[in-house]
Design a protein around this ligand. Sequence first.
Ligand SMILES: [Zn+2]
Length: 497
Amino acid sequence: MQIMPGKLKIYNTLSGKIEEFEPIKPPFVGLYLCGPTVYGYPHLGHARGPVVFDVVNRYLSHLGYKVRFVRNITDVGHLVNDADEGEDKIAKRAKLEQLEPMEVAQHYTNAYIECITQLNVKRPSIEPLASGHIIEQIEMIKTIIDNGFAYEVNGSVYFNVLKYAQTHEYGKLSGRILEDLMAGAGEARRELEGQEEKLNPNDFALWKKASEEHIMQWPSPWGQGFPGWHIECSAMSSKYLGKVFDIHGGGMDLLFPHHESEIAQSTACHHANPAKYWLHHNMITINGQKMAKSLDNGVLLTELFKGDHRLLEQAYSPMTLKFFILQAHYRGTLDFGNEALKAAEKGLSRLFNALKTLENLKPGNQSDFNVKALEEQTYNALNEDFNTPIAIAQLFEAASWINKINDGSAQLIEEDLEHLKNYLKTFIFNILGLQDVEQLGDESQTDALMQIVLTMRNEAKAAKDFKRSDEIRQQLLEAGFEIKDGKEGTTYSKLRN
Ligand SMILES: [Zn+2]
């Protein structure tokens, strides 16, 4: 019999407390995660959010909830500078690379999804683009103006933070105090141009007027322009999850101004805080330092997987990175280093070796440990605000019992042995979403085999034995591989099953 998981509790940044999780309309759960701004290749910092919220998504589904998971793609409106000045990040890249802005966004979106897929992160139910929701953003801005919380100046629209703060608590999520912000913004104001349009330096742009040479622009009631960064998440989350949904997630770096602005916008538009629970994961540091361009310590995910960066002593598989991320609690800091990653690699193979050993274990006459108690503790760990490191510690505990049974110093009766298999597979594969790295290694074996076969076929062709080369092509097709002859040589692709 399966153990009934207890009650899930999660830390809500909004209240600053651990709260019991009660969805608004069970069994449905609406989950929104701020996705990437697609103007560059994904780096290490981009991996933590998807991995953390993948476990949130998987665990909620495991508990029987019907999760609608929305993760947006920011392909417009995210300016280089958070004070609403500077170039659009994607437009800037498009100019540099002489590409269509959508070409840039598509290219980096693909790169992002490829890397995230290698981490075995489940694709969201909906993955909306900011540029595909301009109308929704304009509608929301119109309502905010009608409700008296935004104003138009020279074709741009700004959110009136002071007006909002008279009747609402601005800063309730991030704990920022408006008076302090105003003092700080005064400093920033001197350095930045174009801030003079704002009634107050803390006001933020909902819509920005586009100059003629601006390559990404749309018509609006206020003239040609483009949306501000914060409004896209408010517009897309309310469109797909409703005005009030269950969980809004993101990195701690998004607490302010992004999420604080989202709350203000939704409150000003729909008279409601958009999400019941706000979850924030902490950031990844590298050898104790923040990742920064100036420090040249930003490791791209592709560099990590190939071991191709001056800070890396070897390549680390996507699963090693995922396991490394999950071995820390999501609200804690996570310092990236070769030693820590090597330890994660070892830990992961210990777990999968135990799984393999488990398959060959013979049942005994008695049970020397309580599998159900171990399983219950693993559930308890995840129920305590998704405490993956403690859950993983329980899995290691199970692994050492497996080794003891294997060397004859402990035993389990058949029923408990079956239960142990189910329990471990459920947590390792379904909930944590880990994959056996050795099985993944099969792909490089397949590739090596394919190269041998293709060489044989090329030799047949070179000897003008076209009957033989066609036979090989046909046999490969039957085995599920399609081959193509091109200028660069012969390539193959695996057909879908
Ligand atoms: Zn967002």
